[in-house]
Design a protein around this ligand. Structure first.
Ligand code: SER
Length: 323
């Protein structure tokens, strides 16, 4: 496994989302625009995504729709990113179960039925809960999340591992930390503040944060997120001990520390704190994560830290907002 030709017909669900929109372009650059079918649900794709290869509307809770797309485009690899995140998950727990888990079962079943080469499915640091050690959270530890999002991610990890063991399907995934990006806004997550803050800083020089000043969470900058995803998919399957549940992190910080870093570039920037229900979600997650399994099994190492991420974010957003 691992030859590029075997992975050359890709379906990417969640392609209009924060990670999907950038992963789509990275996959198209690698495998050719026509070989990467980007699938969204309701949101319109940006012109760049729509014009660089096939785009389809897909409801992942409908197995027949997934089958049609797979057959029409002769798909042999799926990156299944469509999901509801943690904050919306608490507003709509039943829908979150349906989209996140029924959607995953559908994708895995289709992958089994149509003998796919590979499936990528993202888990999250949300698999951890209040009983999990908060510092240097180990790879193998207590998984008792208190959010519906976390419940779907733990169940999803078990399901993916089941398909690896029982059916020999090549399923891989990481537990993403909060992802910070300059292109597409995140939607419905608890770590979204770490992206919103940049837009507000540039527009109004002030931001009201929905988390407390000292809430430390693990995060990662988008270029590292894309690189990690592709690195894991390129790894030799035989070398992997874990499959769909790799701990992964870039760096950790609190809102206060992020604000101080932004202030180095923008001395007038001010931040206030008005924590809401998302504070409780954040408090149930780790502060720092031990990702040594990813480092050992497929050579993971992040390139960005807090200060290089902030510098790059401000530069990219200033350019985009000035256009
Ligand atoms: N960024 C996600 C969220 O906040 C965590 O996986 O829901």
């Amino acid at each position: 496994m691992g030859a590029k030709s075997e992975k050359s017909r890709i379906l990417l669900t969640g392609a209009v989302g924060q990670i999907g929109s950038e992963l789509a372009m990275a996959l198209r650059a690698r495998y050719g625009g026509q070989n990467v079918v980007a699938a969204g649900h309701k949101t319109e794709p940006e012109a760049e995504l729509r014009d660089s290869g096939p785009f389809v509307y897909l409801d992942v809770t409908r197995r027949d729709m997934i089958r049609e797309v797979i057959d029409e485009y002769r798909i042999n690899t799926i990156y299944h990113l469509a999901a509801i995140l943690s904050a919306v998950g608490e507003e709509k727990p039943q829908l979150t179960w349906q989209v996140n888990l029924d959607g995953l079962v559908n994708v895995l079943e289709m992958a089994r039925e149509r003998e796919m080469s590979q499936v990528f499915w993202p888990s999250s640091m949300a698999v951890f809960g209040p009983d999990t050690p908060k510092h240097d959270t180990p790879q193998e530890t207590i998984l008792r999340p208190t959010t519906m999002y976390g419940v779907t991610k733990v169940s999803g990890e078990l399901l993916c591992d089941y398909y690896v063991d029982r059916f020999g399907l090549d399923v891989r995934g990481v537990r993403y930390p909060g992802i910070i990006s300059s292109q597409t806004l995140p939607g419905g997550g608890t770590t979204d503040y770490a992206v919103e803050i940049f837009y507000e800083a540039l527009k109004n020089q002030r931001y009201t944060c929905f988390l407390e000043r000292d809430t430390v969470l693990p995060m990662m900058y988008m270029p590292d997120c894309i690189r990690a995803t592709l690195m894991l998919m390129d790894a030799d399957f035989e070398q992997l001990e874990h499959h769909a549940d790799f701990n992964l992190t870039g760096f950790s910080f609190s809102p206060e520390e992020l604000a101080a870093e932004i202030r180095k570039h923008m001395p007038a920037f001010e931040i206030e704190y008005e924590p809401d229900y998302r504070q409780q979600i954040a408090e149930s997650w780790p502060c720092t994560i031990d990702d040594s399994a990813a480092r050992e099994e497929w050579g993971w190492k992040p390139a960005y830290d807090l200060s290089t991420m902030v510098e790059d974010m401000l530069e990219k957003l200033e350019q985009r907002m000035g256009d």
